[in-house]
Structure formats: C-alpha cells, structure tokens
Design a binder for this molecule. Structure first.
Ligand code: ADP
Ligand code: MG
Length: 343
C-alpha cells in the first residue's frame, strides 16, 4: 500500500466507483449489478428479483436522544424497501441485522421490533432473517430488502431520454426541517430537567423525519395505470444529488424549475422561522423517501391526471448539464451531496 488518499478527496460516490470499478458480473443470473437503487437478479420466466442493502449508524444517521425506538425500527424498514420501490418493484422480504452496544436494553429492542413489525405489516413485507452481534461504538442497523417485478416493468436510473418530463411524488424538504426542529429543541433543552420540547404545529415535519413511509403505493398506481417511468430513483440524498444520479446514469442533462418545487405549508413556515431557505432544504435535505422519475412528454396529461404528481422540469442534452432555473430565469448548476459526516 503506497501513500495515503483521504476519503474526502473522492467523496461517497467517487469512493464507491473507485472500490467497485474492477467488478463485472460473471453469472448470467446477475441482470444488473452495482449502480442502481437495487440489483436485479434472474427469477423464473418474465420476473426478476431485486435486492438492496442499507445501513444506519448511531450518531451519523440517527440520534437516540430524540429518536423513539419504535420509529427507528419503522424507518429502517422504509429505508430498506424504498430502494426496491425505486425500481418500480414490489418489496416482499427483508432481513434485519443489528450491532448492539451495551447501553441498549431489551425493552428498547422490543420497541424497535414493534416498529419493524408495524412497517412490515403495512407494506406487506416479511421479516425472514438477519444477524445480531455486539458493537463497541453504538447501534448499527442493516436492512437487506428483496422484491419482485416483471422485467419489462423495472425502472432503472439509466433510461431518461431527451425531452422527458421530470416528476416527483409528494413534497420535499419536510424531513430535513423535522430534523432541524429536533436538533434545535435538543440544543435548547440541553441539561434541562424534565425537558418539554415545543413541537406544536410541526407534527407533520416530525412524522416525515421520524416515520417516513416508502411510496410502494405509487408502484401500485403505476401498475394500475399501466405506466412505466423511463427512469426512477428514490429521494434520499436531496433532489439535486439524486437528479444528478439519473443524469449520470442516463447520460443526459436536466432543467429543474425552482418555483415548481412542491413544499408543504409546515416546511415553509418552520424554514421561515429558522431563517432557512425551504427550496435549499428540498434540494439538499434528503430523506424524503419520495420518488423522482421521468416519463415521455406524451404522458403529460396522464401524469397530471393522477393528481398527486408534480412536474418540475425536463431532461436536456448531456452537454447542457444539470441546471436549476430560478424564478427570474437565472441558471444555477446542481451540486451533489454525498454522505453525511454527522447529523
Ligand atoms: P442508495 O442511496 O440508493 O442506497 P447508494 O448511493 O448507497 O444507493 O449506492 C449506489 C450504488 O452503489 C448501489 O448500487 C449500491 O448497491 C452500490 N454500493 C454502495 N456501497 C457499496 C459497497 N461498499 N460495495 C459495493 N457496492 C456498493
Ligand atoms: Mg436509492
């Protein structure tokens, strides 16, 4: 081993590319390897199996000071199955592996598993295994999710085409603002006996951060409408970063109109109170677990007819790059986020 390169020089996505560039699938059953939300594996006939793995670390991805264990269990399942949903597939099984530090009690873990159970029941997913070990540093949660889809229905990141419409389910930035609220109350109440945090009027934001639901309902809607997006990704790293993943995989550019950003009322109101730009929260916040997808321009009326989708821009040529268009017509180049050092 010669020299030393800091991980920060590569960033999260650069690091994954660097480590995995030499790996090429050698089995014919590996239909899609590294690079999308989930891997795609040959099943029988016209179906494929989808697999994805996600990890959550205490102190990086969650803070046990304010994260109720039941919600943490629920969110871990959401994080796992959201990547299956992002392929336009139906999640069916998960495994949950834990690294448990000595400060975690059996009661805590029972609550955690009641959240896992609730999420599994809601999403019609089976918990089929996992692993349990000790951790020196803090709680570690790993969820592997598996699902199924007809091969022709699978939506990859790489399928966006010139002039396609860029669409999103739901609204953005609410989870990020929920986290800001929890962090603010934690700072304010540090060292206070019997702390009473002020969350009035912002319950929706807390729910979006602590107990987000994966959009498996939208996979059903797409199926009923017999629609397949040309590309799709789940919004976990912030709109800008996730849009750039689609552009990179599809070798295209994008124009996103900031005035079309769907924001919930509570998001804008807390952002105003905390002097945060809600559009920046939507662009960079992440953890929305909504879906970002593209459809051909000819599908515009059908997409709008669904009533729950916002069209926020369109796909352009690769040379044009990934641009944000401000309300006065100005253009800003998008920046990727990569992994968080600490929340
Ligand atoms: P997501 O945010 O959708 O979970 P990531 O950005 O974490 O996806 O990962 C991008 C791709 O890189 C995925 O296909 C994932 O499986 C793969 N990947 C991430 N980390 C590793 C790793 N350590 N080794 C191999 N593949 C990895
Ligand atoms: Mg994903």
């Amino acid at each position: 081993m010669k020299g030393r390169t800091e991980i920060s020089e590569l960033g999260e996505f650069g690091l994954i590319d660097e480590l995995t560039k030499g790996f090429r699938p050698s089995n014919a059953t590996t239909l899609e390897g590294i690079g999308d939300d989930a891997a795609v594996i040959e099943a029988s006939g016209d179906e494929a199996i989808l697999v994805s793995s996600d990890q959550m670390l205490e102190g990086i991805d969650f803070d046990l000071t304010y994260f109720p264990p039941k919600h943490l269990g629920y969110k871990a399942v959401t994080k796992g199955i959201s990547d299956i949903v992002a392929m336009n597939a139906t999640p069916q099984q998960i495994t949950v592996s834990l690294g448990i530090s000595s400060k975690i009690s059996v009661e805590f873990l029972r609550e955690f598993y009641s959240g896992v159970e609730f999420a599994c029941r809601e999403a019609e997913v089976d918990l089929v295994g996992g692993d349990t070990s000790a951790s020196l540093t803090g709680l570690v949660i790993n969820v592997t999710a598996m699902g199924r889809a007809r091969k022709e229905k699978i939506a990859y990141r790489r399928g966006a085409k010139l002039h396609d419409l860029i669409c999103i389910t739901g609204n953005l930035g609410a989870s990020y603002m929920g986290l800001q609220l929890l962090e603010r109350e934690k700072r304010v109440l540090e060292g206070v006996n019997d702390p009473k945090p002020k969350f009035d009027g912002y319950e929706y934001l807390l729910e979006r951060y602590l107990k987000p639901r994966a959009r498996y309902d939208f996979v059903k809607t797409l199926d009923e409408e017999n629609m397949v997006p040309t590309s799709m990704i789940d919004l976990t790293d912030g709109l800008a970063s996730d849009m750039m993943q689609i552009c990179k995989a599809s070798k295209c550019g994008a124009r996103i109109y900031l005035e079309r950003m769907p924001l919930a009322r509570q998001t804008t109101s807390l952002a105003e109170e905390m002097h945060i730009d809600p559009v920046v929260a939507a662009l960079n916040g992440g953890e929305d677990y909504e879906l970002l997808f593209t459809v051909p321009l000819s599908e515009k009326e059908r997409i709008l007819g669904l009533g729950c989708i916002d069209i926020i821009g369109h796909i352009t040529s690769e040379e044009s790059g990934c641009l944000l268009v401000t309300p006065d017509g100005g253009e800003i180049r998008m920046k990727a986020q990569g992994f968080k050092e600490k929340e």
